[in-house]
Design a binder for this molecule. Structure first.
Ligand SMILES: Cc1cc2nc3c(=O)[nH]c(=O)nc-3n(C[C@H](O)[C@H](O)[C@H](O)COP(=O)(O)OP(=O)(O)OC[C@H]3O[C@@H](n4cnc5c(N)ncnc54)[C@H](O)[C@@H]3O)c2cc1C
Length: 226
């Protein structure tokens, strides 16, 4: 783990409240992150905030952050101008991709997208592409949808990619109405050996419980919640 600084080099609004932020961090050459790990911003004394990497290179990393209007930390990060330098610690966390050549299912909501996307990129980088991959992803409504092109692109890299997208609070052609956990039925999960979950504590709890009900051992379930 490095205690270092990083500079905001690019900022893009993905939706009305979700931002893609890219930072340069030359120190990363000293310790490469693993897909699924996170950075902790030290914003002020007593004000630390963690964010999963959605992508990284040898000297940059990308975040997908929801700006919580009444939040203490996320507005400081999302409102910052390109060129702003932050302090923090990277890489952190144990929610990492297992580099096994077995089928994997990724289930997430909202900005829980970030580590799951990074893990799927990690599979591509390690040439773990000739196995079943599912990405079950949900947001609330149409205005919350982001990264559709990126998901389509990554899907093409896997021999067999099942992408199921959900909207919990509205209906739209091409999207299922409901919760990502609705997808967890015996028939759907039977093709997958490992399960990676990321989203709200309620979503992760419900997904874990359903998976365990269907006999998936806890050793095959990996999760992060925020
Ligand atoms: C390991 C880890 C990885 C994380 N990765 C990401 C990530 O990739 N992207 C990301 O956006 N966040 C991520 N988070 C969450 C992030 O660390 C902050 O908790 C979040 O940005 C809110 O911080 P804040 O200071 O703005 O709000 P706070 O000041 O902490 O909270 C203000 C109020 O907003 C509410 N609130 C907090 N979060 C949300 C939310 N998401 N939606 C609605 N209300 C909320 C709180 O309950 C509180 O009432 C991660 C957290 C952890 C622990």
């Amino acid at each position: 783990m490095l205690k270092t600084t990083f500079t905001l080099t690019s900022k893009k609004e993905l939706t009305h409240d979700v931002y893609e932020l890219i930072y340069s961090c030359p120190d990363l050459v000293r310790e490469a992150p693993k897909p699924g790990q996170y950075v902790m911003f030290q914003l002020a004394p007593g004000l630390n905030r963690s964010y999963s990497l959605s992508d990284f290179t040898h000297d940059t990393f990308t975040l997908v952050i929801k700006r919580v209007p009444e939040g203490k930390g996320s507005p400081m990060i999302c409102n910052a101008d390109v060129g702003t330098i932050f302090s923090g610690m990277i890489p952190l966390g144990h929610f990492v991709l297992r580099e096994t050549n077995v089928s994997k299912c990724f289930i997430g909501t909202g900005t829980g997208f970030a580590p799951l996307y990074c893990q799927m990129l990690g599979m591509c980088n390690k040439n773990i592409t000739d196995t079943n991959v599912a990405f079950i992803f949900g947001v609330r409504e149409e205005k919350d949808i982001f990264y559709t092109d990126e998901i389509a692109e990554i899907g093409k890299k896997f021999t067999k990619f099942d992408y199921q997208s959900y909207l919990s609070r509205s209906t739209l052609e091409g999207y299922k109405n409901g919760y990502v956990t609705d997808w967890i039925i015996r028939e759907n999960i039977s093709s997958y050996q490992e399960f990676y979950l990321c989203g709200s504590p309620a979503m992760v709890k419900s997904a874990r419980e359903k998976l365990e009900t269907f006999g998936v051992e806890s050793e095959r379930i990996f999760w992060e919640q925020f």
